[in-house]
Design a protein around this ligand. Structure first.
Ligand SMILES: C[S@@+](CC[C@H](N)C(=O)[O-])C[C@H]1O[C@@H](n2cnc3c(N)ncnc32)[C@H](O)[C@@H]1O
Length: 323
């Protein structure tokens, strides 16, 4: 059932080696989706396949999983990681925005559970040549899929100062967004992660303890480069349509704007009427499609954060499709 590997990449070792990305909220994801044999699952952000492996194990012997990722290297790593389950998974290099179309292509009508674990993986951040990290020198790429779209380098060198500042403020909550944007425009062309990190460091007045001054700007540029918030907003309706009635969707986010998009979508979809509150009679004809399972987002324990500091801002929300 497996598709052929797509794209090249480094040698990734055997599935018995430690995962290059530690899955966050691992047990909480399994508790939320309650995988069972004979059921079908979608992991829309496969990464190294850590969560997918948990879903396949928990749904032994007959559960199936479709795994999607925009990143060719992640696809290759996950393919290797999941090889013990060879007859039970399909992997495609694609955005989760394409999930409905791909389910149709592989002949699955719906799935019983969906996971999105948003953002970048450790192996993307740790690989200098991908350009996600201000700690390593590399090209300013930052694309999840290196075969399509605009690089961070293009954004940094072509956007006007106002638009750059807006991106840094909106997506990075960077309070020195204007100063940094001004410095970038003055110093460009900028081609590498270290050159950009230096420009940012010189533009901000002081250092925050425990936070590199480039952290927020790099996060903002990654989100803009991959259009992460637009993709999430545009995908949620389609993902719910992929679920069987009673099916569960769990979404892990790492950014307050992502969490707000998910929270508002779940709230809207759990209401029969979405008319403005001041309107006395309902005219919207909206019908609830979801029951919210997590009134408050599920967060990592302090133990998990100690073991894996990258989990610290994770928030998971879960909803169930109305039957
Ligand atoms: C945090 S990692 C997922 C880790 C994974 N849960 C695991 O256990 O290894 C996020 C992954 O989502 C991928 N990604 C981001 N946006 C995506 C999109 N719109 N569609 C598909 N994959 C996406 C990234 O390339 C990255 O590999």
């Amino acid at each position: 059932m497996n598709d052929k590997l797509i794209g090249g990449g480094r040698d990734i070792g055997s599935s018995s080696e430690p995962l290059p990305h530690q899955p966050v909220l691992y047990q909480q994801v399994l508790d939320a989706l309650r995988p069972e044999s004979g059921r079908d699952y979608l992991d829309g952000t496969l990464g190294a396949g850590g969560h997918a492996e948990g879903i396949l194990k928990a749904s032994t012997p007959n559960g199936r999983l479709l795994g999607l990722d925009r990143d060719a290297v992640a696809i290759q790593i996950a393919q290797r990681q999941l090889s013990p389950f060879s007859e039970r998974f399909v992997i495609r290099q694609a955005s989760y925005q394409q999930a409905k179309k791909i389910l149709r292509e592989i002949g699955w009508s719906h799935v019983h559970g969906i996971l999105l674990d948003l953002g970048a993986s450790s192996m993307q951040i740790d690989e200098a040549s991908r350009g996600f990290s201000f700690m390593e020198d590399g090209p300013l790429d930052m694309r999840f899929n290196q075969q399509e779209g605009t690089t961070a380098e293009k954004l940094v060198n072509s956007l006007n100062e106002k638009d750059l500042a807006e991106i840094l403020w909106q997506y990075g909550e960077e309070r020195y967004s204007r100063r940094i944007a001004r410095a970038i425009v003055k110093q460009r062309p900028i081609h590498t992660t270290s050159a950009l990190a230096t420009v940012i460091r010189q533009a901000v007045p002081g250092y925050e303890k425990h936070l590199n001054p480039a952290t927020r700007s790099f996060q903002a540029l990654r989100i803009a480069t991959n259009r992460e918030l637009e993709t999430l907003s545009l995908s949620l309706n389609g993902l719910v349509e992929c679920l069987y009635p009673g099916g569960l969707i769990a979404i892990i986010s790492f950014h307050s704007l992502e969490d707000r998009i998910i929270k508002q979508f779940f709230k809207k979809e759990s209401n029969d009427c979405i008319c403005p509150s001041e309107q006395p009679i309902c005219t919207c004809k909206h019908h609830a499609t979801l029951n919210i399972i997590t009134k408050k987002p599920v967060m990592p324990t302090s133990e998990e954060i100690n073991q894996n500091p990258r989990a610290r801002s994770a928030r998971m929300r879960v909803a169930q499709k109305i039957g």
